[in-house]
Write a protein that binds this ligand. Structure first.
Ligand code: CAA
Length: 247
């Protein structure tokens, strides 16, 4: 069988790295999309090579820009062919209590975590439909389901990701293209480690499993959703949060 191509946004972050690695282990050709301001690309590639991942293709752009997304996907297609699997993973936080939140912190999170799904998915969904096969995997969050104090922007964007997922899943259901969301809980990444230690400890205390997720536990779910065997699953939200929230 021809090797499938998976493009992962936010590929060089904690979660993105694990998603790239798990998809590569499962036999995908991986395109790692990263923000132009990320200046550790070479070090990341070196680290990946040392871990045995030698053939990641990199494309760079700001996912909150439609033009950048057009260019990134065009560059990826020129390098490795059509995108079969899109993982909309990139995301940011600008945590503040709502009383203190400024408009720029709201706008940045909505643009990067939600509008990016329009920008990226637009580049691939019609072509996937024409070919009769595709997988769109959107990384939402447990906080898009339950709401989190200090994250009105992030919770709103991640809830929006779920709505987008369900609506597009319905549109593409007869086209061989599935659209699913994953709602990770708190994962052991830099983003989560940036929370004040005492706040983070109280969050972990509230997780029934009393630990953070390992990034590969989310990467593994992407592998499943990207596979043929997941072909009957669409419009779903997979909660991977150690029991923190049940829908
Ligand atoms: N619920 C309700 N009120 C809360 C609260 C909570 N969970 N946590 C704090 N507060 C209240 C405090 O009691 C305090 O109230 P008073 O002023 O009346 O005493 C007030 O909020 C403190 O507000 P400040 O703005 O002064 O707080 P701060 O600046 O020290 O911290 C914060 C604000 C940065 C948002 C901090 O609370 C925080 O980091 N919270 C955690 C946010 C979080 O979970 N982020 C997840 C990041 S990881 C991620 O997003 C990945 C993913 O998908 C899970």
């Amino acid at each position: 069988m021809t090797q499938r191509v998976a493009l992962v946004t936010g590929a060089m972050g904690g979660l993105g790295t694990a998603i790239c690695q798990e998809l590569a282990k499962a036999g995908h050709k991986v395109v790692a999309a990263y923000h132009p301001q990320f200046d550790n690309k070479d070090a990341w590639l070196q680290e990946m090579a040392e871990a045995g991942f030698n053939d990641f293709v990199c494309v760079s752009g700001d996912i909150s820009s439609l033009e950048d997304c057009q260019t990134m996907v065009a560059n990826a297609e020129a390098a490795v062919g059509q995108i079969d699997v899109l993982v909309n993973n990139a995301g940011i936080t600008r945590d503040r209590m709502f009383a203190k939140m400024e408009k720029d912190g709201w706008d940045a999170v909505i643009a990067t975590n939600l509008t990016s799904l329009f920008n990226m998915t637009k580049q691939v969904s019609a072509k996937m439909s024409e070919r009769g096969w595709g997988r769109i995997i959107n990384i939402s969050s447990v906080n898009g389901l339950k709401g989190q104090a200090g994250q009105t922007n992030y919770s709103a964007a991640k809830a929006g990701v779920i709505g987008f997922t369900k609506a597009l899943a319905a549109e593409l259901a007869t086209k061989g293209v599935t659209v699913n969301a994953i709602c990770p809980g708190y994962v052991a990444t830099k983003m989560v480690m940036a929370i004040k230690p005492e706040v983070l400890q109280s969050i972990i205390d509230g997780v029934p499993m009393k630990r953070l997720a390992r990034p590969e536990e989310i990467g593994g779910a992407c592998v499943y959703l990207a596979s043929d065997i997941a072909g009957f699953m669409t419009g779903s939200t997979m909660n991977i949060c150690g029991g923190l929230y049940y829908q």
